[in-house]
Design a protein around this ligand. Structure first.
Ligand SMILES: Cc1cc2nc3c(=O)[nH]c(=O)nc-3n(C[C@H](O)[C@H](O)[C@H](O)COP(=O)(O)OP(=O)(O)OC[C@H]3O[C@@H](n4cnc5c(N)ncnc54)[C@H](O)[C@@H]3O)c2cc1C
Length: 487
């Protein structure tokens, strides 16, 4: 028997497990994949916070209320659908949680400006987002969290009204685990659940894959079975056109998450000239980011594997890509466009606040997505396209003289989806009749509760803040259950 069961092994789950364990609860963490990570390990790794040592070192005076006031500036027309109470929770608690990440060994560079934030608040993890998992897993194991991977939770079970444990598939067998205090669902989002995307977004969206293939909304579905509901299920980052990932991971992704290395990198960001750092940044920037829509506005053609255009490039091309052969496309540039996207302000991709990547950066770092040829016919031959179709596509877009450059394959993806369970300010999942379901908590994307997290670095901030708080609540419930038994 455990006190708290945490479902998932990403940022929110690890934060919940550590917090509950450090408050004395016996904690079991169940992760369905062979290793911990989730979308947290796929992420770029920006965390937005006020009150950080990084801000203080630069003399930036900032506060949680200003953060709370600035966030709706990112939401725009959607602001009325935000959960202002949970936004308050996020802004009030991220400074402490940022320090908790530092205390756990995670290191950041920054802060970088990102208007409409009135102050620079975006911090980026070093050397990469696996660092979150590496340091938090270590802290969790040291504290004594019972971590099991390859354990896919399939349902919640109840004792009367109270959620008292979970059912999981472990090594092909169904196993039941019991929790005295409660279950924290931290199983991520549903970017890769065709069924949930069809229900909340539409048929076309259901065909678009998520960047993280195992983000299948298991937590949302298990809680729905008990009367919980999903809020803002129609909102997501995507579908958007992105370059396919490189066959082998680049050097930045492969860097080990050692603290001394992160500190050396942090020092370098402040002291090494930009031109020396740029080649390293480019490895990262050209990995699997979105090509700028400005390419299409400037006249680039988007063609499929056959060389055919499949609609207006400036009108939501990501929605039509999944209907093309192998669901991929290529961005076609003539010489003039390739020259134009070789210097500021015309970039191919960017991680805002970090750097910009141009045509030559792609040629150097991503030869697998750059095909150049002197004529359209030779380009078509290199890519196995129909030359007459490619010629027709170039003509329709008014492309001029070669050499021609095809950037791709590109595909359509969802980066993250916003549909989380409705929760209260204590991260208790709300069920039928607007009452919390006893014993059930949700954190991170699973427990997003209608909170709008636009702008960079708010999703991870929510994962860590809500995870820690949900873990603390579940541990307190376990304490209360234990003292009720002893009296
Ligand atoms: C490419 C990319 C870049 C991003 N960059 C940023 C960024 O820079 N800044 C930012 O703030 N946000 C970013 N995000 C979003 C952010 O990564 C996520 O919102 C955040 O990591 C969610 O954390 P989580 O713990 O809720 O979910 P996850 O990290 O996805 O963890 C959920 C875990 O639960 C496990 N799980 C699922 N179902 C089950 C089950 N049935 N049983 C057991 N385990 C289960 C999963 O395998 C997974 O390990 C990015 C996302 C992507 C994909």
């Amino acid at each position: 028997m455990h006190d708290v069961i945490v479902v998932g092994g990403g940022g929110a789950a690890l934060a919940a497990a550590i917090e509950a364990r450090e408050r004395g609860a016996r904690v079991l963490l169940l992760e369905k994949n062979d290793r911990l990570g989730g979308s947290t390990a796929w992420s770029i790794g920006s965390v937005t916070s006020t009150g950080t040592p990084h801000q203080r070192r630069r003399g930036i005076a900032d506060n949680t209320t200003d953060h709370w006031v600035d966030m709706p500036g990112f939401a725009g027309d959607l602001d009325a659908r935000d959960n202002a109470g949970l936004r308050r929770v996020l802004c009030d608690h991220i400074p402490d949680t940022f320090q908790w990440l530092l205390d756990s060994g995670v290191r950041f560079m920054g802060p970088m400006p990102e208007p409409p934030h009135r102050q620079p608040r975006m911090h980026n993890v070093l050397p990469n987002s696996r660092s979150f998992i590496y340091h938090l897993e270590r802290r969790a194991r040291r504290a004594g969290v019972d971590i099991r991977t390859g354990a896919c939770v399939t349902s919640l079970w109840r004792d009367g009204e109270r959620v008292a444990g979970v059912e999981a598939q472990v090594n092909g067998a169904s196993v039941r685990f019991q929790a005295r205090g409660g279950v924290v669902l931290a199983a991520g989002d549903f970017t890769n659940s065709p069924e949930l995307k069809r229900r909340f977004m539409g048929e076309q969206e259901s065909k678009v894959e998520g960047v993280n293939p195992t983000a299948t909304g298991d937590g949302q579905r298990m809680a729905e079975a008990l009367g919980a509901r999903i809020v803002n299920g129609d909102l997501a980052l995507g579908p958007e056109v992105r370059f396919i990932a490189p066959a082998t991971e680049n050097i930045v992704r492969r860097l080990p998450p050692w603290r001394w290395l992160a500190m050396l990198m942090q020092w370098s960001m402040d002291h090494v000239p930009g031109w020396l750092l740029r080649p390293v940044m480019m490895k990262f920037l050209t990995t699997a980011l979105a090509p700028s829509p400005a390419l299409f506005e400037a006249g680039a053609a988007l063609v499929n594997r056959r060389g055919e255009r499949f609609g207006d490039e400036c009108d939501r091309p990501a929605w039509r890509l999944p209907d093309q052969p192998d669901k991929v496309g290529y961005i076609l540039l003539d010489r003039a466009l390739a020259q134009r996207f070789s210097a500021w302000p015309n970039f191919i991709s960017t991680a805002p606040g970090i750097a910009y990547a141009y045509v030559d950066d792609y040629r150097r770092n991503r030869r697998d997505v750059c095909t150049q040829a002197p004529t359209l016919d030779t380009l078509a031959a290199s890519l196995g396209m129909d030359p007459s179709a490619l010629r027709a596509s170039a003509q329709a877009r008014g492309l001029g003289a070669g050499p021609y450059l095809a950037l791709g394959p590109v595909r359509s993806v969802f980066v993250h989806s916003e549909g989380g369970l409705l929760v209260d300010a204590h991260h208790r999942v709300i069920g039928d009749g607007e009452a919390p379901i006893p014993g059930l908590y949700a954190a991170g994307s699973t427990g997003q509760g209608g909170l709008l997290l636009k702008g960079h670095g708010h999703h991870l901030a929510w994962a860590f803040v809500s995870g820690r708080r949900a873990g603390a609540e579940a541990a307190a419930a376990a304490d209360a259950a234990a003292s009720a038994i002893s009296h």
